[in-house]
Design a protein around this ligand. Structure first.
Ligand code: HEM
Length: 440
């Protein structure tokens, strides 16, 4: 539609929606979003909260209710070192992930699940200060963790059904989609409440004032203004928003690296020159890996939008491309057009375009600021973006230290679709070979 109608498109989809694709227009939207940016929530989640007399979850809350959760979470999560604090334990998570990939052959579906387990283990570490065991071998799997993972997947599946139009009835009565979503949400809530209570009481026993702000949980538990249910709302949001999103975007990066073996090799050389084939990824090593960061940035650029739900509804009317858009109309961002305008060979995976020049320390022919916004922007920007990037860097580094990433011919031209997050239309058939082996 953007190709056919231009940078602004009006759609009638259960109310008017405007699709924007020019980064300059995105800038106008963000400049006018106000103190409490309004991102419409999915109706299934809103209905679940309403029908169960629950307050709106963090990602669904609006106005002051949203700010009351976001502001204490920001205290820790906007710190530059919030994610690097978890590097030692998350290196171990990534080691497990790489080891599993190297040990067996997996079907594309099993691989998709493995990415999800990796991301879930990492959010577990942040939310509960512990390993949940999502990557354990089948013989020693923890029954409760398995129940938790099944319930999390079920929540996403039903959310996708509701968004893709496969379910309409949930709006009017408790249909199958709604019932499955409700049941799964209750299971997730039950298990995560147990983990959270345990983690907080462990912190009280071990209380060490010097350490108070070292983890998200200790920083929140040291904040007297936060109640248990507020802490729970924040950790639930991190779990809901941080697993599928990371798992799916990580697959996109692996796909781009597999399709571009020369870039993969260049990345391997950077990794090898900094930490060899066995060492852990440290904050200092990460700071010296510009190509790794460029690869992720380029992967985000190629696939954007990374998630489909970063809409905005503005508090006042706004003029965009000469049209008055009334307040209350939902605006959706897609950035197809700007790719063609601002990047040479826009369909190619070229991480080099994000590297800074040695002399000027600037990116040559830098595109406008709002061209690549994988985590959104402004006060409502993704709360876990540092974690997301770190999780993906860790997995990529640990896998490439030992292996090469390939895709089987049936996945060579994979199409991606946008439901809640970007995802491959069919699970991607990756396979991995040890570095010393000759690829199949
Ligand atoms: C590659 C992975 C990820 C991508 C691409 C992504 C992207 C986004 C985007 C685009 C938004 C909407 C921002 C806006 O409306 O301006 C968002 C919101 C959010 N994300 Fe992420 N995200 C990722 C991973 C994570 C992780 C790992 C966490 C937590 C550990 C997380 C937590 C959140 C939360 C809590 C929100 C809601 C923020 C709010 O409403 O105030 N995300 N994410």
């Amino acid at each position: 539609m953007v190709d056919q109608y231009g940078p602004i498109v009006r759609l009638q989809l259960s109310g008017p929606k405007v699709i924007l694709s020019d980064p300059k227009d995105l800038e106008i939207v963000y400049q006018n979003e106000g103190r409490y940016p309004f991102r419409p929530s999915t109706d299934l989640v809103a209905l679940y909260c309403q029908r169960n007399n629950l307050p709106a979850g963090f990602a669904e809350a609006q106005g002051e209710a949203w700010y009351a959760l976001r502001s204490p979470a920001n205290k820790f999560l906007l710190r530059a070192d919030c994610a690097t604090h978890y590097l030692p334990i998350q290196n171990l998570v990534a080691d497990d992930f790489a080891q599993i990939l190297g040990e067996s052959q997996f079907s594309p579906e099993e691989l998709g699940n493995l990415f999800f387990r990796y991301a879930s283990e990492n959010t577990g570490v942040v939310c509960f200060n512990k390993r949940l065991g999502c990557l354990r071998k089948s013989t020693v799997k923890d029954a409760e963790t398995e129940r938790f993972l099944r319930a999390m997947s079920q929540k996403f599946k039903q959310l996708q059904n509701s968004i893709s139009g496969k379910s309409v009835g949930h709006k009017f009565y408790k249909n199958k989609t709604y019932r499955l979503y409700e049941q799964a949400s209750r299971t997730v809530q039950e298990i995560s409440t147990k983990h959270l209570k345990k983690a907080l009481s462990k912190l009280q026993v071990e209380q060490n004032p010097d350490n108070e702000s070292s983890s998200l949980l200790s920083s929140m538990s040291a904040d007297p203004s936060l109640t248990f249910s507020q802490i729970q709302a924040i950790t639930s949001a991190l779990q809901n928003a941080g697993t599928e999103s990371t798992a799916k975007n990580m697959q996109v990066l692996f796909y781009n690296l597999a399709k571009n073996p020369d870039k993969q090799e260049k990345l391997y050389e950077e990794i090898h020159s900094r930490i060899g084939s066995d060492l852990s990824l440290t904050k200092d090593a990460l700071a010296q890996m510009p190509y790794l960061k460029a690869c992720l940035k380029e992967s985000f650029r190629l696939i954007k939008p990374t998630i489909f739900s970063a809409h905005r509804v503005l508090p006042e009317d706004v003029i965009i491309q000469g049209y008055r858009i009334p307040s209350g109309v939902s605006m959706v961002f897609t950035q197809v057009k700007c790719c063609k305008e601002y990047f040479s060979e826009p369909d190619k995976f070229v991480p080099e375009r994000w590297l800074r020049s040695h002399d000027t320390r600037k990116i040559e022919n830098a595109p406008p600021a709002f061209v690549n916004m994988p985590f959104g922007h402004g006060p409502r920007k993704c709360l876990g973006w540092r974690f997301a990037e770190q999780d993906i860097y860790l997995a990529t580094v640990k896998v490439l230290q030992k292996m090469k990433i390939h895709i089987r011919p049936e996945s060579k031209d994979c199409n991606f679709r946008y439901l809640i997050f970007v995802e491959p239309e069919k699970p991607i058939a990756f396979y991995f070979t040890k570095r010393e082996e000759v690829p199949a």
